[in-house]
Every structure is written in C-alpha cells, then in structure tokens.
Write a protein that binds this ligand. Sequence first.
Ligand SMILES: Cc1cc2nc3c(=O)[nH]c(=O)nc-3n(C[C@H](O)[C@H](O)[C@H](O)COP(=O)(O)OP(=O)(O)OC[C@H]3O[C@@H](n4cnc5c(N)ncnc54)[C@H](O)[C@@H]3O)c2cc1C
Length: 486
Amino acid sequence: MPNNKDRVCIIGGGPAGLSCAMYLEKKGYTEYKIYEKLNKVGGKCFSPKIKVKHNGVEEEKSFETGAIMGAITYHAVSEMEEFGGYYHKGPDFKPGEPNMRREFRKLDGTIDHPFEPKVNFSFKKLTGLLKLKKQMKKLNKLMQTKYVGYDCYGHIGVAQGKYFGISKGVDGYCGATKESSFPNYLQGENPNLKDLALPFAEFCKLNGVEEVQRIWIAPFTSFGYGFFDEIPAALVMKYLDVTTALEFVNMKLWTWQDGTQQIYEHVNAKLKHPAILETEVVKVERPDGKVLVTTKGKDGKLHTEEFDKLIVTTPLDYFKDYADATEEEKTLFSKIIHERYCDYIATFEEGKSPNISGYLVENMVPERLGHAMVYYNRWQYLDRDCPATVYALANHTGSPDVDYDVVMKTMDEDMKKVGFPIKEKLYAQEVYYCPHVSSKDYQDGWYDKLEALQGNKNTYYAGEIISFGDMEDTCAASKDIIGRFF
Ligand SMILES: Cc1cc2nc3c(=O)[nH]c(=O)nc-3n(C[C@H](O)[C@H](O)[C@H](O)COP(=O)(O)OP(=O)(O)OC[C@H]3O[C@@H](n4cnc5c(N)ncnc54)[C@H](O)[C@@H]3O)c2cc1C
C-alpha cells in the first residue's frame, strides 16, 4: 500500500531521478533522498559554458554535450520547467537564441537539398518526393487507425497486442489537469500493435511506407538511437510519433538558452531535498522487506542507510554489479542492449567552422559506423567563430564495434573532408545511450516482464529503459511509476 511517510531512495540525479522526486513531492512524500555520483545533476544533460571569441570580443556561452532539443510533445519536461521556473525557447526562435536550423551535406562537402524539389531539379527527384509525401500521409493515417494506442508512453502490453500508458497527445500535462498531475491512463486492445516489435525497416516494408525512413533517419539515427534494421519500430514511433516527426521536419523545436542541464539544476534547487552530490551508490541489499543502501561519499567513506523503497534510475544492466540482484533481475537485465554514442565539442581552423548545423546522411548507415553523422552549431550569430558538437555511433548489432579512438579520428577526418577542419577538441566523450532490447526480446514480452517485477523487493525501475532514451519519455516514465505505485 502506498504510504507517503515511506523513506524512498532514488539512485541517480539525472532527469529520471529528479522527476521521480518532483512527482513524489506532488504526492506528498517528504522523506526521500537522491544520490548522484557526479558533482552536478542532469546526467546526460550536461551544458558546459565555453569561452568564445567573436569579432575580437570574448564571452561565455553554453554548449551541449548531451540533450539539445525538445518539441511541443514534451509534456513531462514542461512540468519540470514549471516546477523549476526555467523555460525553453522556440518553436519560433528570435535572434540570439539557439535554433535548430540545419543543412544537408554530401561527403564531398557540397550542400545537398534532398527535400527541395526545385533545387537541382530532376524528374527522378520530383517523383521520389511525391512518393515520400504520399507515404508520410499513409503512415500518419495508419498510426491513427491500424495502430490505435501506439502513442502512449512505455511499452506495457504492446507485445500482446494491448496498450496501457499515459497519452502522448498534445493535451498538456500528459492528459492530467492542473489540479491533478496523475491522469487516467489510455488502455485498450489492438492486435496490430504487435507489429511494433519488428525492426523499424521491416515495419515500414510491411506497411508499404519504406520511403518515410528518409525523414525519420536524421532525427533518429544521427542522434545516436541506432539503425532501422535493428531497432524495434515501437521505439522509433513512440519517440518520433507523427506529431514530433513533423515538428522536426518543420524545425519547430525547443531549445534552452543556458542548456538543458539548467532544467534539472532549477528543479533540483526547488526540491525539498536536493540531490546529494558526489555520492555513489555502491551496494544495495534487500533482506526481509528492508532496503539497505550503501553510499561512498566525497570523503571516500562508506555509509549505509535503511529505506522503505528504492527507485533505480541508472542503467539496469549494471544493477547486478552493486546490488543483490535476484536471478529474475539478472536474466532480464542481461538482455539490455545500449548504444555507444560518441561526441565532441571542437573549435575549427580560423574562419572554417560550420555556421549552421548539418546532417551527413551518407554516414547514417551501418557500413559507415564510427563516421560523423551530424554536427550542431548552437550560436549562429557567432558565424565562423562558433565551436560545434560532432556526433557518431560506435556500434550496430551484427557489426564489429569501433574503438573510441578510431571514432574520434574518423570524425576529425570526416569534418575535414566536408570543409570544417578541427583545430582543438574542448570536450569529448562516449556515453551509454538509449538502452533497449532486441526485436526478439521485445516480441517475447520483455517490457511486460519488467513491469511484473515493479515493486518486488520494494524496488522500482525508472529511467530511459522504461519508454525511450530522451528527456521526455524518461520524465514521463517517472510520472507513470510514481503515479501508479506511490
Ligand atoms: C549526445 C546526446 C544527445 C541527446 N539529445 C537529446 C535531445 O536532443 N533531446 C532529448 O530529449 N534527449 C536527448 N538525449 C537523451 C537524454 O539526455 C537522456 O535520455 C536523459 O538524460 C536520460 O535521463 P536519465 O536520468 O534516465 O539518465 P542519465 O541522464 O544518464 O542520468 C543518470 C544519472 O545517474 C548517475 N549515476 C549513475 N550511477 C550511479 C550510482 N551508482 N550512484 C549515484 N548516481 C549514479 C549518473 O551520474 C547520472 O547523473 C541526448 C543524450 C546525449 C548523450
């Protein structure tokens, strides 16, 4: 039975952990602690300030190493914004705001216009675009008819042809009212939903809409979420539901002036119990209905504390390394796959930085693993003085992984080839990204097995794995879990 006097331990101070704390507060919980191993909150939303020089004048601007953008469908993130009092810019950007304008570039450095029929006109291009438009329309209709129920958060029941979850519709507050943050759920049966377990490429073929992958690939694969021959369609369509995909196409996106990290810094500052930083959870024991959590603090000392409930927002495939994971947990979590996404922020040779973001679509195929797929120019008014972030994927099911050092070198070479020679890397990383399961495990009901484990040993699982590896799905998963179990 939920009891808001319970002591709750939250592992991780990223979007998932902080949103869990916010929703716990909305339910009247006061006794919770968030442990965060780093010296900052926000997890993969890390937005460092970097000194830039433009026309001889030096100033500090925020850059992104992780999450950059949102869209009108970011309802749970909106709640975080309201709670913290820090809001996005866009979808219509004013000068001086980081916008999401971009170009397409071929690997020989020439600018491409794949979606503009009049530029480099040919009948082949025109018929290709007409076909694409027709298939976009068809997919939109199919999602609203054949696949009714696809557009709720999470994957509960999908493998059995059912749906259950908070609506993703553009109705604000995830279908809730201002007074009650915890809405009624969408629920129903639709055997067609089982198709969503197929890899996205097969799903498109089944429905005669292969061309739409040309639209979906840029916001999906280039942003590290994997390749369409391996990723279950459910993940693609739940993230890039038709509304969100069209917002991408029309560049009607959200950005945050001081970076996405600030959403979470602001939420953290408003919480009754802000995250305890530089404190890593190193052991979890759950004997006889108790939850014992051992942390290692700044001073290196170990400290064990008892809680009533545990919320894990950190990678579940690593849970067994520090917790008394049950055989069921071990078996289930061993099936998790994650992407290895690499990025760096770099300066460029004088006058040679990109002055707009760009997609290198030819590199968004498994054969080009480790190659630069997208570069992000955040401050367009800085023109050719602006550092940019460059991104590549290092893994694909069925291909050998690419070593981090090789990825970094390959990205440098690519940027040089397309006309933007790197001068200095200011920040570089490889991240654990977009945890998910294979199509087969999806079909075998992996997500329903995870759902069945929720609450066992007073343990609840939240974070990216529940729905999808973006800020919105992650925060909405917290809302769902706190809404139903606390
Ligand atoms: C390059 C990149 C681009 C992205 N672009 C976008 C975008 O444009 N839009 C979007 O919506 N999303 C984007 N994302 C995804 C988004 O950042 C993530 O989905 C989101 O941060 C996930 O939140 P989380 O809390 O589940 O996990 P994380 O952000 O990974 O947070 C987990 C936290 O747990 C902490 N932790 C781990 N282990 C322990 C432990 N044992 N004890 C204590 N603390 C621990 C970690 O330090 C971390 O702070 C992007 C991510 C990256 C990397």
